[in-house]
Design a binder for this molecule. Structure first.
Ligand SMILES: NC(=O)c1ccc[n+]([C@@H]2O[C@H](COP(=O)([O-])OP(=O)(O)OC[C@H]3O[C@@H](n4cnc5c(N)ncnc54)[C@H](OP(=O)(O)O)[C@@H]3O)[C@@H](O)[C@H]2O)c1
Length: 244
């Protein structure tokens, strides 16, 4: 995919990896429809980057807001489902009803990419060259103890991405359906934990390089090593990830 002149929707574009992706895509000549809840932050990015970035504020946990978003996005060439949250919970210890937290995490991390991807595939199929990119994690391969819901959403998204790719390959092969297995990155999501983190800019650059080279699965940073370990010994990979 060449990004010049393309209209790309990026969710979770207000901070972290999504903001870096949005900036680099605008730098590469794309128009970015930047989706997140924080409208002020998106406006500040637009003021900085110019007409290449269009703020599209939306709470992706809200099904009605998601439907309105799909209508607002119009004819895009690419969708990057990057928004997510990670809530650490020990259900053996938790003293409150976990339903609200579980609902929000599943809605943003899993339901939103499914709904946006399914609704936009026909739109993308009408473009000469198009992309759906879903950002997962090494934790899609095996979970860590501290955030089982997050890990389950990423495993589900990984599976959905493969299934959607099968459909695109049969019906609209010019639409690439790509999984990014994201490595540990220094963002709000990982504040105070994890070692050997890379910067959001480096993570975004690896994603865009992979997309330029038409990769269907992009293993960012250290996930390359984990991929090899997982192939040789899924049990060892599970033990490494469990305590992460
Ligand atoms: N950081 C890592 O080490 C790491 C590792 C593996 C995978 N990943 C994946 O990489 C992606 C980006 O993560 P990150 O580290 O950049 O996260 P982050 O810095 O916490 O940013 C999360 C983004 O998602 C948006 N978001 C959260 N809830 C939302 C909602 N209800 N509606 C709309 N947008 C919402 C946030 O914007 P608002 O708050 O403005 O809504 C923000 O822009 C995620 O899919 C994450 O699972 C990250």
């Amino acid at each position: 995919m060449r990004f010049e002149g393309k209209r790309m929707a990026v969710t979770g574009a207000s901070r972290g990896i999504g903001a870096a992706l949005a900036r680099q895509l605008v730098g590469a000549g794309a128009t970015v429809l930047a989706v997140a809840r924080d409208a002020e932050r998106l406006q500040a990015m637009a003021a900085d980057l110019g007409p290449g970035l269009i703020p599209v504020p939306c709470d992706l946990a809200d099904a009605q807001a998601r439907r309105a978003l799909i209508a607002k996005l119009g004819p895009v060439d690419g969708l990057i489902n990057n928004a997510a949250l990670q809530i650490e919970s020990d259900y053996a210890q938790v003293g409150h009803d976990p339903a609200a937290d579980i609902g929000r995490e599943v809605a943003v991390n899993f339901e939103a990419p499914l709904h946006l991807g399914a609704a936009l595939l026909p739109v993308l199929a009408a473009r000469p060259e198009a992309l759906i990119v879903n950002v997962t994690s090494a934790l899609a391969l095996a979970p860590k103890r501290s955030a089982p819901v997050y890990c389950a959403t990423k495993a589900g998204l990984r599976n959905f991405t493969t299934g959607l790719r099968y459909q695109a390959e049969r019906s609209c092969p010019q639409v690439q359906v790509v999984e990014v297995v994201m490595t540990l990155v220094e963002t709000g999501m990982t504040t105070g934990r994890g070692r050997g983190k890379i910067s959001p800019n480096r993570a975004a650059a690896e994603v865009l390089n992979g997309l330029r080279r038409d990769k269907r699965r992009i293993w960012a940073g250290k996930t390359q090593t984990l991929r090899v370990i997982y192939r040789l010994s899924p049990g060892l990979a599970a033990r490494i990830l469990r305590d992460g």
